[in-house]
Design a protein around this ligand. Structure first.
Ligand code: NAI
Length: 258
C-alpha cells in the first residue's frame, strides 16, 4: 500500500534503544529514529555526553547512562527507561563499540595486553549479547522485534589499521547475527548487522590522517562515509521495507572491501 511506503513516520510508536549513542554513528542513529517518530533510549557510558546528546535530539528521547558490558547496571537503566516510556523496547541498535589504539596505531597480537583483549570482547561482543538478553523476553512475548548489530568491514577482511581483538569481535558479530536470526525469526523478530567502512566519527578521527587517506583511496566512492548514511541503513533494516531480510550483514562502506 501507499501508506507502507510513506517513510516520514515510519517508526512512529516504536521504542528504540541505541547504545553508544552520545556521539558518532550512535548519535546519528538516535537522530534518525527520533526524526522518524520513534521514542529513543539514548544509552552511553558517558553521562555528561548523554545529557548533551538528548537535549539536541528532534523527537522524544530518554537519557540512559550505563556500560553495555555490565549486565546489572544495564538492566537497571533499561528498566528505568521503560518505566519512563510506558512500555518495552521493541527495537535495538547495538552500536556501542571500542577500538583501542596506542598513539593512533593498532597493537600487534604479540604485544597486546590480555586485559585490553578482554575489555574489547566485553564491550563489542558481550555488550551486544547483554542488550539482546535484556530485551528479547519482551520481544518474544510481543511476537515482534528488530535488532541491528554492528560488525565492520574489518570483521570480514584483514585491515592492518585495526587490532586483532577488534577484528575478532566484529567477525563474531556476523555469526552471532545469523544464529539469532534463526532462533528469533519464528518469533517475528528480525536480526541483521551493519558492516561500516571508514565513517567520519570521533573513533576514526583518533587515527593518523594518512591512514584514513589511504583507506579513502581504496574506497570506490572516494570519501569517508557519514554517520547518517549508516543510520539510514539501520532505518531501512528496522522498517517494513526490509520485511523479508534477516540474518544479513550489510556493508555501508562505499565499496571498500567487497
Ligand atoms: P565512537 O567512538 O565515535 O562512539 C562510540 C560511542 O560508544 C561513544 O559515545 C562511547 O562513549 C560509547 N561507548 C563506548 N563503550 C561503551 C560501553 N561500554 N557502554 C556504552 N557506551 C559505550 O565510535 P563510532 O565510530 O561511532 O562507532 C560506532 C560503532 O560502529 C562501533 O561499534 C564501531 O566499532 C563501529 N564501526 C565504526 C566504524 C568507523 O569507521 N567509525 C567502522 C566500522 C565499524
Amino acid at each position: 500500500t501507499l501508506a507502507q511506503h510513506e517513510t516520514r513516520d515510519s517508526h512512529a510508536g516504536r521504542r528504540v534503544l541505541v547504545t553508544g549513542a552520545a556521539k558518532g554513528i550512535g548519535l546519528a542513529m538516535a537522530e534518525a529514529f527520533a526524526r522518524r517518530g520513534a521514542t529513543v533510549g539514548v544509552l552511553d557510558i558517558d553521562a555528561g555526553e548523554v545529557a548533551a546528546a538528548v537535549s539536541g535530539l528532534p523527537g522524544a528521547s530518554v537519557a540512559m547512562t550505563g556500560d553495555v558490558s555490565d549486565y546489572v547496571s544495564l538492566t537497571r537503566a533499561i528498566a528505568q527507561a521503560e518505566a519512563e516510556m510506558g512500555g518495552a523496547f521493541d527495537t535495538l541498535i547495538n552500536n556501542a563499540g571500542i577500538s583501542p589504539k596506542h598513539a593512533g596505531v593498532a597493537h600487534k597480537v604479540w604485544e597486546m595486553d590480555p586485559d585490553e583483549w578482554a575489555r574489547v570482547v566485553d564491550v563489542n561482543l558481550t555488550g551486544s549479547f547483554n542488550c539482546i538478553r535484556a530485551l528479547t523476553p519482551a520481544m518474544v512475548e510481543a511476537g515482534r522485534g528488530w535488532i541491528v548489530n554492528t560488525s565492520s568491514v574489518a570483521g570480514k577482511t584483514y585491515f592492518p589499521i585495526v587490532a586483532c581483538h577488534y577484528a575478532a569481535t566484529k567477525s563474531a558479530i556476523i555469526g552471532f547475527t545469523k544464529h539469532l536470526a534463526g532462533e528469533l525469526g519464528p518469533h517475528g523478530i528480525r536480526v541483521n548487522a551493519l558492516a561500516p567502512g571508514r565513517i567520519a566519527t570521533p573513533m576514526v578521527a583518533g587515527v593518523a590522517a594518512e591512514l584514513n587517506e589511504a583507506e579513502v583511496r581504496r574506497t570506490p566512492l572516494g570519501r569517508l562515509g557519514e554517520p547518517a548514511e549508516v543510520a539510514d541503513t539501520a532505518l531501512w533494516l528496522t522498517s517494513s521495507e526490509s520485511s523479508f531480510v534477516t540474518g544479513q550483514t550489510i556493508d555501508v562502506a562505499g565499496g571498500l572491501s567487497m
